[in-house]
Unconditional design. Structure first.
Length: 446
Protein backbone atom coordinates (compact mmCIF):
# COMPACT_ATOMS: atom_id res chain seq x y z
CA UNK A 1 0.00 0.00 0.00
CA UNK A 2 1.00 3.63 0.09
CA UNK A 3 3.23 5.30 2.58
CA UNK A 4 0.38 7.52 3.81
CA UNK A 5 0.28 7.51 7.53
CA UNK A 6 -3.51 7.65 7.78
CA UNK A 7 -5.61 4.78 6.45
CA UNK A 8 -8.01 5.57 3.60
CA UNK A 9 -11.39 7.00 4.52
CA UNK A 10 -14.16 4.41 4.52
CA UNK A 11 -17.29 4.91 2.44
CA UNK A 12 -20.27 2.57 2.22
CA UNK A 13 -22.45 2.75 -0.88
CA UNK A 14 -25.97 1.27 -0.63
CA UNK A 15 -27.96 0.88 -3.81
CA UNK A 16 -30.15 -2.06 -4.85
CA UNK A 17 -29.22 -1.48 -8.49
CA UNK A 18 -25.91 -3.27 -8.60
CA UNK A 19 -24.54 -1.44 -11.64
CA UNK A 20 -25.26 1.87 -9.88
CA UNK A 21 -23.54 0.73 -6.70
CA UNK A 22 -20.48 -0.42 -8.66
CA UNK A 23 -20.32 2.82 -10.62
CA UNK A 24 -20.31 4.85 -7.41
CA UNK A 25 -17.74 2.48 -5.89
CA UNK A 26 -15.41 3.07 -8.85
CA UNK A 27 -15.84 6.84 -8.71
CA UNK A 28 -15.09 6.93 -4.98
CA UNK A 29 -12.17 4.50 -5.18
CA UNK A 30 -10.58 6.79 -7.74
CA UNK A 31 -10.73 9.45 -5.04
CA UNK A 32 -8.74 7.19 -2.78
CA UNK A 33 -11.48 5.98 -0.46
CA UNK A 34 -11.96 2.46 0.74
CA UNK A 35 -15.42 1.52 -0.53
CA UNK A 36 -17.86 -1.27 0.28
CA UNK A 37 -21.31 -1.77 -1.19
CA UNK A 38 -24.63 -2.87 0.26
CA UNK A 39 -27.59 -4.20 -1.72
CA UNK A 40 -30.50 -2.99 0.38
CA UNK A 41 -31.42 -1.02 3.48
CA UNK A 42 -30.92 -3.82 5.99
CA UNK A 43 -27.63 -4.84 4.41
CA UNK A 44 -26.58 -1.22 4.66
CA UNK A 45 -27.21 -1.06 8.42
CA UNK A 46 -25.37 -4.34 8.98
CA UNK A 47 -22.34 -3.19 7.00
CA UNK A 48 -22.45 0.17 8.72
CA UNK A 49 -21.92 -1.75 11.96
CA UNK A 50 -19.28 -4.14 10.63
CA UNK A 51 -17.35 -1.94 8.20
CA UNK A 52 -17.58 1.28 10.20
CA UNK A 53 -17.79 3.77 7.33
CA UNK A 54 -17.33 7.44 8.00
CA UNK A 55 -19.67 8.27 5.12
CA UNK A 56 -22.67 6.32 3.87
CA UNK A 57 -24.13 6.99 0.42
CA UNK A 58 -27.66 5.68 0.54
CA UNK A 59 -30.22 5.27 -2.21
CA UNK A 60 -33.70 6.33 -1.13
CA UNK A 61 -35.88 3.63 -2.70
CA UNK A 62 -34.41 0.37 -1.52
CA UNK A 63 -35.95 -2.95 -0.64
CA UNK A 64 -36.16 -4.26 2.92
CA UNK A 65 -35.53 -0.85 4.46
CA UNK A 66 -36.22 2.50 2.86
CA UNK A 67 -33.26 4.88 2.52
CA UNK A 68 -34.88 7.46 4.79
CA UNK A 69 -35.26 4.82 7.52
CA UNK A 70 -31.59 3.92 7.12
CA UNK A 71 -30.79 7.61 7.55
CA UNK A 72 -32.99 7.89 10.66
CA UNK A 73 -31.46 4.78 12.28
CA UNK A 74 -27.93 6.01 11.67
CA UNK A 75 -28.77 9.45 13.02
CA UNK A 76 -30.50 7.96 16.06
CA UNK A 77 -27.50 5.77 16.97
CA UNK A 78 -25.16 7.65 19.35
CA UNK A 79 -22.30 5.35 18.27
CA UNK A 80 -22.67 6.69 14.74
CA UNK A 81 -22.87 10.36 15.66
CA UNK A 82 -20.05 11.33 13.31
CA UNK A 83 -21.13 9.13 10.43
CA UNK A 84 -22.23 11.24 7.48
CA UNK A 85 -25.02 10.28 5.13
CA UNK A 86 -25.51 11.42 1.57
CA UNK A 87 -28.90 10.48 0.15
CA UNK A 88 -29.23 9.65 -3.53
CA UNK A 89 -32.63 9.79 -5.06
CA UNK A 90 -34.15 9.43 -8.45
CA UNK A 91 -37.30 10.90 -6.99
CA UNK A 92 -36.77 14.58 -7.37
CA UNK A 93 -39.62 15.61 -5.14
CA UNK A 94 -38.97 18.57 -2.93
CA UNK A 95 -40.58 17.03 0.19
CA UNK A 96 -38.29 13.96 0.01
CA UNK A 97 -35.23 16.16 -0.21
CA UNK A 98 -36.36 18.45 2.58
CA UNK A 99 -37.16 15.46 4.75
CA UNK A 100 -33.75 13.91 4.14
CA UNK A 101 -31.97 17.15 5.03
CA UNK A 102 -34.20 17.64 8.08
CA UNK A 103 -33.31 14.12 9.22
CA UNK A 104 -29.66 15.05 9.12
CA UNK A 105 -28.43 14.04 5.68
CA UNK A 106 -25.23 15.85 4.75
CA UNK A 107 -26.48 16.29 1.19
CA UNK A 108 -29.02 15.02 -1.27
CA UNK A 109 -27.98 14.10 -4.78
CA UNK A 110 -30.46 13.54 -7.53
CA UNK A 111 -29.98 10.77 -10.00
CA UNK A 112 -28.76 10.78 -12.66
CA UNK A 113 -25.66 12.66 -11.54
CA UNK A 114 -22.22 13.28 -12.88
CA UNK A 115 -19.61 11.16 -11.09
CA UNK A 116 -17.67 14.34 -10.28
CA UNK A 117 -20.59 15.62 -8.24
CA UNK A 118 -20.57 12.55 -6.00
CA UNK A 119 -16.80 12.86 -5.61
CA UNK A 120 -17.14 16.57 -4.81
CA UNK A 121 -19.81 15.97 -2.16
CA UNK A 122 -17.70 13.27 -0.51
CA UNK A 123 -14.70 15.59 -0.52
CA UNK A 124 -16.78 18.35 1.06
CA UNK A 125 -17.94 16.00 3.76
CA UNK A 126 -14.45 14.86 4.64
CA UNK A 127 -13.10 18.40 4.59
CA UNK A 128 -15.80 19.45 7.02
CA UNK A 129 -17.40 21.83 4.56
CA UNK A 130 -21.08 22.48 4.51
CA UNK A 131 -22.68 20.97 1.45
CA UNK A 132 -25.08 22.83 -0.72
CA UNK A 133 -28.65 21.66 -0.64
CA UNK A 134 -29.94 19.40 -3.32
CA UNK A 135 -27.93 19.27 -6.43
CA UNK A 136 -27.21 16.80 -9.05
CA UNK A 137 -29.54 15.99 -11.76
CA UNK A 138 -27.55 16.28 -14.92
CA UNK A 139 -28.62 19.51 -16.60
CA UNK A 140 -32.22 18.44 -17.07
CA UNK A 141 -31.88 15.13 -18.82
CA UNK A 142 -31.41 15.72 -22.49
CA UNK A 143 -31.52 19.51 -22.40
CA UNK A 144 -28.94 19.51 -25.15
CA UNK A 145 -31.46 18.17 -27.62
CA UNK A 146 -34.18 20.64 -26.61
CA UNK A 147 -37.61 19.93 -25.22
CA UNK A 148 -39.62 17.16 -26.84
CA UNK A 149 -43.17 18.36 -26.94
CA UNK A 150 -45.22 16.50 -29.56
CA UNK A 151 -48.42 18.14 -30.67
CA UNK A 152 -51.27 16.27 -32.21
CA UNK A 153 -51.35 16.07 -35.99
CA UNK A 154 -54.88 17.13 -36.84
CA UNK A 155 -54.48 15.90 -40.36
CA UNK A 156 -54.48 12.25 -39.39
CA UNK A 157 -57.61 10.34 -40.35
CA UNK A 158 -59.43 9.83 -37.09
CA UNK A 159 -62.18 7.31 -36.59
CA UNK A 160 -64.37 7.55 -33.54
CA UNK A 161 -67.10 5.16 -32.53
CA UNK A 162 -70.01 6.97 -30.86
CA UNK A 163 -72.41 4.05 -30.63
CA UNK A 164 -71.55 0.35 -30.77
CA UNK A 165 -74.82 -1.24 -29.68
CA UNK A 166 -77.26 -2.91 -32.03
CA UNK A 167 -81.07 -2.89 -31.94
CA UNK A 168 -81.80 -0.65 -28.95
CA UNK A 169 -79.78 1.49 -26.53
CA UNK A 170 -78.96 -0.01 -23.15
CA UNK A 171 -77.67 1.54 -19.96
CA UNK A 172 -76.44 0.59 -16.53
CA UNK A 173 -73.33 -0.73 -14.87
CA UNK A 174 -73.46 -4.02 -16.78
CA UNK A 175 -72.80 -2.08 -19.97
CA UNK A 176 -70.22 0.34 -18.63
CA UNK A 177 -67.32 -0.98 -20.67
CA UNK A 178 -68.73 -1.23 -24.18
CA UNK A 179 -71.45 1.37 -23.80
CA UNK A 180 -75.09 1.52 -24.65
CA UNK A 181 -75.52 3.87 -27.60
CA UNK A 182 -76.68 2.52 -30.92
CA UNK A 183 -74.69 2.74 -34.14
CA UNK A 184 -72.74 5.81 -35.07
CA UNK A 185 -69.20 6.39 -36.27
CA UNK A 186 -67.32 9.44 -37.50
CA UNK A 187 -64.26 9.66 -39.70
CA UNK A 188 -62.46 12.97 -39.82
CA UNK A 189 -59.66 14.14 -42.01
CA UNK A 190 -58.64 17.76 -41.76
CA UNK A 191 -61.81 19.84 -41.86
CA UNK A 192 -63.89 17.11 -43.47
CA UNK A 193 -66.17 14.83 -41.53
CA UNK A 194 -68.02 11.72 -42.59
CA UNK A 195 -70.58 10.24 -40.23
CA UNK A 196 -71.98 6.79 -40.72
CA UNK A 197 -75.31 6.00 -39.07
CA UNK A 198 -77.43 8.12 -36.80
CA UNK A 199 -78.13 5.77 -33.89
CA UNK A 200 -78.31 7.25 -30.41
CA UNK A 201 -74.52 7.74 -30.44
CA UNK A 202 -74.94 10.65 -32.84
CA UNK A 203 -76.32 12.75 -30.00
CA UNK A 204 -72.93 12.99 -28.27
CA UNK A 205 -71.24 13.55 -31.61
CA UNK A 206 -73.64 16.38 -32.40
CA UNK A 207 -72.84 18.14 -29.13
CA UNK A 208 -69.12 18.02 -30.03
CA UNK A 209 -69.64 19.19 -33.58
CA UNK A 210 -71.95 22.02 -32.52
CA UNK A 211 -69.18 23.43 -30.30
CA UNK A 212 -66.92 23.83 -33.31
CA UNK A 213 -69.42 25.93 -35.20
CA UNK A 214 -71.09 25.64 -38.60
CA UNK A 215 -69.68 23.08 -41.02
CA UNK A 216 -70.69 20.75 -43.80
CA UNK A 217 -71.55 17.32 -42.53
CA UNK A 218 -71.90 14.21 -44.62
CA UNK A 219 -74.10 11.62 -42.96
CA UNK A 220 -74.32 8.18 -44.54
CA UNK A 221 -77.11 5.90 -43.39
CA UNK A 222 -76.59 2.14 -43.50
CA UNK A 223 -80.29 1.44 -43.36
CA UNK A 224 -83.35 2.88 -41.70
CA UNK A 225 -83.89 0.41 -38.89
CA UNK A 226 -84.34 2.32 -35.65
CA UNK A 227 -80.91 1.63 -34.23
CA UNK A 228 -79.37 3.44 -37.21
CA UNK A 229 -81.54 6.56 -37.33
CA UNK A 230 -83.07 7.05 -33.89
CA UNK A 231 -80.47 9.60 -32.75
CA UNK A 232 -81.08 12.02 -35.60
CA UNK A 233 -83.86 14.01 -33.85
CA UNK A 234 -81.26 14.70 -31.11
CA UNK A 235 -78.49 15.75 -33.49
CA UNK A 236 -77.84 19.30 -32.34
CA UNK A 237 -76.25 20.69 -35.55
CA UNK A 238 -79.50 20.00 -37.38
CA UNK A 239 -81.08 22.83 -35.36
CA UNK A 240 -78.30 25.36 -35.88
CA UNK A 241 -78.45 27.71 -38.86
CA UNK A 242 -75.27 27.62 -40.90
CA UNK A 243 -74.71 23.88 -40.68
CA UNK A 244 -75.19 22.05 -43.95
CA UNK A 245 -76.11 18.41 -43.52
CA UNK A 246 -76.14 15.99 -46.42
CA UNK A 247 -77.86 12.71 -45.66
CA UNK A 248 -77.05 9.81 -47.96
CA UNK A 249 -78.91 6.55 -48.34
CA UNK A 250 -79.44 3.84 -50.89
CA UNK A 251 -82.37 3.61 -53.16
CA UNK A 252 -84.41 0.56 -52.36
CA UNK A 253 -85.36 1.66 -48.85
CA UNK A 254 -89.08 1.04 -48.45
CA UNK A 255 -89.84 4.72 -48.38
CA UNK A 256 -87.29 7.20 -49.60
CA UNK A 257 -84.85 8.36 -46.97
CA UNK A 258 -86.36 11.79 -46.54
CA UNK A 259 -89.83 10.38 -45.87
CA UNK A 260 -88.44 8.02 -43.25
CA UNK A 261 -86.62 10.86 -41.48
CA UNK A 262 -89.69 13.04 -41.78
CA UNK A 263 -91.86 10.30 -40.36
CA UNK A 264 -89.58 9.83 -37.39
CA UNK A 265 -90.07 13.52 -36.60
CA UNK A 266 -93.85 13.31 -36.93
CA UNK A 267 -95.65 15.06 -34.08
CA UNK A 268 -97.01 11.70 -32.93
CA UNK A 269 -93.46 10.70 -32.07
CA UNK A 270 -91.53 13.86 -31.38
CA UNK A 271 -92.16 17.38 -30.09
CA UNK A 272 -90.31 19.22 -32.86
CA UNK A 273 -90.58 18.55 -36.56
CA UNK A 274 -88.17 18.52 -39.41
CA UNK A 275 -89.40 21.98 -40.37
CA UNK A 276 -88.00 23.21 -37.05
CA UNK A 277 -84.54 22.12 -38.03
CA UNK A 278 -82.70 25.27 -39.01
CA UNK A 279 -79.62 23.75 -40.63
CA UNK A 280 -79.51 23.17 -44.36
CA UNK A 281 -80.73 19.62 -44.82
CA UNK A 282 -80.35 17.75 -48.07
CA UNK A 283 -81.17 14.12 -48.71
CA UNK A 284 -79.18 12.38 -51.38
CA UNK A 285 -79.84 9.04 -52.96
CA UNK A 286 -76.59 7.16 -53.39
CA UNK A 287 -75.80 6.61 -57.01
CA UNK A 288 -72.16 7.41 -57.54
CA UNK A 289 -69.82 4.98 -55.90
CA UNK A 290 -67.47 6.00 -54.38
CA UNK A 291 -68.49 9.42 -53.11
CA UNK A 292 -65.56 11.79 -52.66
CA UNK A 293 -65.46 14.04 -49.61
CA UNK A 294 -62.26 16.04 -49.32
CA UNK A 295 -59.42 13.53 -49.12
CA UNK A 296 -61.80 10.71 -48.29
CA UNK A 297 -63.54 8.28 -50.59
CA UNK A 298 -66.69 6.62 -49.31
CA UNK A 299 -67.79 3.50 -51.16
CA UNK A 300 -70.77 1.31 -50.41
CA UNK A 301 -72.18 -2.15 -51.00
CA UNK A 302 -75.40 -3.94 -50.11
CA UNK A 303 -75.27 -6.36 -47.20
CA UNK A 304 -77.39 -9.38 -46.39
CA UNK A 305 -79.97 -7.92 -44.04
CA UNK A 306 -83.75 -7.46 -44.25
CA UNK A 307 -84.47 -4.38 -46.40
CA UNK A 308 -81.92 -2.41 -48.37
CA UNK A 309 -78.89 -2.22 -46.12
CA UNK A 310 -75.47 -0.83 -46.88
CA UNK A 311 -72.01 -1.27 -45.53
CA UNK A 312 -69.44 1.44 -46.17
CA UNK A 313 -65.76 1.74 -46.75
CA UNK A 314 -63.84 4.94 -46.10
CA UNK A 315 -60.51 5.21 -47.87
CA UNK A 316 -57.95 7.88 -47.31
CA UNK A 317 -54.18 8.13 -47.51
CA UNK A 318 -53.98 4.66 -49.00
CA UNK A 319 -55.73 3.05 -46.01
CA UNK A 320 -59.27 1.80 -45.65
CA UNK A 321 -61.81 1.19 -42.92
CA UNK A 322 -64.81 -1.00 -43.67
CA UNK A 323 -67.93 -0.47 -41.57
CA UNK A 324 -70.48 -3.26 -41.64
CA UNK A 325 -72.96 -3.39 -38.78
CA UNK A 326 -75.71 -5.61 -40.10
CA UNK A 327 -74.84 -8.53 -42.30
CA UNK A 328 -75.92 -12.16 -42.24
CA UNK A 329 -73.09 -14.06 -43.85
CA UNK A 330 -73.88 -17.65 -44.85
CA UNK A 331 -77.54 -17.36 -43.88
CA UNK A 332 -78.74 -20.52 -42.17
CA UNK A 333 -75.34 -22.20 -42.17
CA UNK A 334 -74.74 -24.08 -38.92
CA UNK A 335 -71.77 -26.24 -39.82
CA UNK A 336 -68.03 -26.02 -39.37
CA UNK A 337 -66.74 -22.83 -41.02
CA UNK A 338 -63.75 -24.79 -42.33
CA UNK A 339 -66.12 -26.80 -44.51
CA UNK A 340 -67.78 -23.62 -45.80
CA UNK A 341 -64.46 -22.05 -46.69
CA UNK A 342 -64.03 -24.18 -49.78
CA UNK A 343 -67.69 -24.54 -50.71
CA UNK A 344 -67.91 -22.37 -53.83
CA UNK A 345 -71.64 -22.88 -54.19
CA UNK A 346 -72.36 -21.83 -50.63
CA UNK A 347 -70.14 -18.76 -50.96
CA UNK A 348 -71.39 -17.70 -54.39
CA UNK A 349 -74.17 -15.33 -53.21
CA UNK A 350 -71.68 -13.56 -50.94
CA UNK A 351 -68.94 -12.85 -53.47
CA UNK A 352 -69.74 -9.15 -53.72
CA UNK A 353 -69.62 -8.58 -50.00
CA UNK A 354 -66.45 -10.66 -49.71
CA UNK A 355 -64.78 -8.56 -52.38
CA UNK A 356 -65.93 -5.36 -50.73
CA UNK A 357 -64.55 -6.26 -47.33
CA UNK A 358 -61.32 -7.69 -48.73
CA UNK A 359 -58.04 -6.21 -47.53
CA UNK A 360 -59.56 -3.43 -45.45
CA UNK A 361 -56.98 -2.15 -43.00
CA UNK A 362 -59.58 -2.01 -40.27
CA UNK A 363 -62.83 -3.94 -40.28
CA UNK A 364 -65.49 -2.50 -38.00
CA UNK A 365 -68.12 -5.16 -38.14
CA UNK A 366 -70.56 -7.32 -36.29
CA UNK A 367 -70.41 -10.94 -35.21
CA UNK A 368 -73.61 -10.63 -33.30
CA UNK A 369 -74.67 -14.07 -32.22
CA UNK A 370 -72.89 -17.00 -30.69
CA UNK A 371 -73.47 -20.07 -32.84
CA UNK A 372 -75.88 -21.35 -30.24
CA UNK A 373 -77.92 -18.13 -30.34
CA UNK A 374 -77.83 -18.04 -34.11
CA UNK A 375 -79.76 -21.29 -34.40
CA UNK A 376 -82.91 -19.48 -33.23
CA UNK A 377 -82.15 -16.24 -35.06
CA UNK A 378 -81.66 -17.33 -38.63
CA UNK A 379 -82.98 -14.68 -40.98
CA UNK A 380 -82.71 -11.83 -38.47
CA UNK A 381 -79.95 -10.33 -40.59
CA UNK A 382 -76.93 -10.95 -38.36
CA UNK A 383 -74.06 -13.38 -38.52
CA UNK A 384 -73.04 -16.16 -36.21
CA UNK A 385 -69.63 -15.76 -34.66
CA UNK A 386 -68.14 -18.50 -36.82
CA UNK A 387 -69.55 -17.17 -40.10
CA UNK A 388 -68.37 -13.65 -39.29
CA UNK A 389 -64.89 -15.01 -38.54
CA UNK A 390 -64.86 -16.84 -41.85
CA UNK A 391 -65.81 -13.65 -43.71
CA UNK A 392 -62.95 -11.82 -41.99
CA UNK A 393 -60.58 -14.63 -42.94
CA UNK A 394 -61.69 -14.67 -46.56
CA UNK A 395 -61.19 -10.88 -46.61
CA UNK A 396 -57.65 -11.26 -45.21
CA UNK A 397 -58.53 -8.88 -42.38
CA UNK A 398 -55.77 -8.22 -39.86
CA UNK A 399 -57.52 -5.81 -37.52
CA UNK A 400 -61.14 -6.24 -36.52
CA UNK A 401 -63.12 -4.02 -34.19
CA UNK A 402 -66.31 -5.83 -33.27
CA UNK A 403 -69.44 -3.66 -33.04
CA UNK A 404 -73.26 -3.83 -33.04
CA UNK A 405 -73.25 -5.62 -29.70
CA UNK A 406 -76.52 -7.34 -28.93
CA UNK A 407 -78.50 -5.54 -26.21
CA UNK A 408 -78.77 -8.89 -24.41
CA UNK A 409 -74.99 -9.08 -24.17
CA UNK A 410 -73.58 -7.32 -21.15
CA UNK A 411 -69.88 -6.56 -20.75
CA UNK A 412 -69.10 -9.99 -19.35
CA UNK A 413 -70.85 -11.68 -22.22
CA UNK A 414 -69.14 -9.52 -24.85
CA UNK A 415 -65.77 -10.43 -23.32
CA UNK A 416 -66.68 -14.12 -23.46
CA UNK A 417 -67.84 -13.76 -27.05
CA UNK A 418 -64.60 -12.05 -28.07
CA UNK A 419 -62.75 -14.99 -26.50
CA UNK A 420 -64.92 -17.37 -28.47
CA UNK A 421 -64.17 -15.48 -31.69
CA UNK A 422 -60.44 -15.76 -31.09
CA UNK A 423 -60.92 -19.48 -30.57
CA UNK A 424 -62.83 -19.79 -33.86
CA UNK A 425 -60.08 -17.88 -35.65
CA UNK A 426 -57.49 -20.33 -34.30
CA UNK A 427 -59.72 -23.16 -35.52
CA UNK A 428 -59.70 -21.50 -38.94
CA UNK A 429 -55.92 -21.02 -38.84
CA UNK A 430 -56.51 -17.31 -39.17
CA UNK A 431 -54.45 -14.66 -37.38
CA UNK A 432 -56.32 -11.44 -36.75
CA UNK A 433 -56.40 -8.92 -33.97
CA UNK A 434 -59.92 -8.85 -32.54
CA UNK A 435 -61.07 -6.09 -30.25
CA UNK A 436 -64.41 -5.09 -28.84
CA UNK A 437 -65.52 -1.69 -30.11
CA UNK A 438 -66.85 0.64 -27.42
CA UNK A 439 -68.57 4.00 -27.34
CA UNK A 440 -65.85 6.63 -27.55
CA UNK A 441 -63.18 4.36 -29.07
CA UNK A 442 -60.72 6.18 -31.32
CA UNK A 443 -58.64 4.65 -34.09
CA UNK A 444 -56.37 6.26 -36.62
CA UNK A 445 -56.39 5.10 -40.15
CA UNK A 446 -52.85 6.21 -40.91
ZN1 LIG B 1 -78.62 -2.60 -36.68
ZN1 LIG C 1 -81.15 -3.66 -39.14
Amino acid sequence: MSSHSSPPRRVLVADDVESMALLMKRVLEREGYSVETAADGKDCLEKTASFGPELVIVDIMMPRLHGLDVLKRIKADPALSTTGVIVCTAKSYKPDEELALAEGAFAVIEKPFRPELLAARAREFFSGMRAGATEGALPSAGAGSGLYSPSFDENRAKIRLWGTRGSIPVSGSRYARYGGNTSCMSVERGKDMVIIDAGSGIRDLGIEVAKRGPARIHLFIGHTHWDHIQGFPFFLPAYIPGFEIFVYGASGFGKDLESVFHGQLDSDYFPVQMEDMRAGLEFRRLEENPVTIGDMKVSWEFTHHPGATLCYKVETGGKSACYMTDNEFLKGYLGDPRAAETDAELLAPYRKIMDFVADSDILIAEAQYTNEEYRTKIGWGHSSVSSACLLAKLGRIRDWVVVHHDPQHDDFFVEEKLGLMKQVCRHLGFACEIRGGFDGMVEYLD
